[in-house]
Design a protein around this ligand. Structure first.
Ligand code: IMP
Ligand code: MG
Length: 174
């Protein structure tokens, strides 16, 4: 089955929004340093762009997770396939995620990270798809709130394709 992609947010719109987020975050954490946690693989593109727009000192670490069970239904049982390299205890931590859909992944992950005793723990998501939420997740910084469509680009994939699109698009099945 072939698919086509339509543009939801252009490269310029995404870039402008990430600059705004960077400014807001830099103000909120003024005088502090911030430890970013990038959730592989989808968040890599967003996390790099965001980090470049933050003007306070930033460090970055990576974590990889995968859902157990049926790929199409987020079960909430999350397996950590690559853990953080650095300790987060007593640090100001900002988790950077590409999209919050059902909320199962981040709901689980934030609980686990909180147990490690960070000084603060917040969440920044490029996209929020609230119509699909099953687990309540508090998103501190949101790029765009989007309708219930399947999204690709800017790190998001459809069967591992389209992550490298410089814009955010909607997948349409032909
Ligand atoms: P959640 O546990 O349902 O919130 O799942 C979040 C994960 O599902 C994201 O990190 C993405 O990897 C994936 N995901 C959810 N919606 C989309 C989408 O529209 N496009 C691509 N990936 C998505
Ligand atoms: Mg993801």
């Amino acid at each position: 089955m072939a698919e086509t992609i339509s543009v939801l947010y252009t490269e310029e719109q995404v870039d402008a929004r990430i600059r705004e987020l960077g400014e807001t975050i830099s103000k909120d954490y003024a005088g502090k340093s911030l430890h970013l946690i990038c959730i592989l693989r989808g968040s890599v593109f967003f996390a790099c762009e965001l980090a470049k727009r933050i003007t306070i000192p930033v460090s970055i670490d990576f974590m990889s997770v995968s859902s157990y069970g049926d790929d199409t239904i987020s079960s909430g049982v999350v397996k950590v396939t690559k853990d953080l390299d650095d300790v987060i205890k007593d640090r100001d931590v900002l988790v950077v995620e590409d999209i919050i859909d059902t909320g199962h992944t981040l709901g689980y992950l934030l609980d686990r990270l909180k147990a490690r005793g960070p000084k603060s723990l917040k969440l920044c998501a490029l996209l929020d798809k609230p119509d699909r939420r099953e687990v309540e997740v508090n998103i501190d910084y949101t790029g765009f709130t989007i309708p219930d469509e399947f999204i690709v680009g800017y790190g998001l994939d459809y069967a591992q394709k389209y992550r490298n699109l410089p814009y955010i698009g909607i997948v349409h099945m032909e």
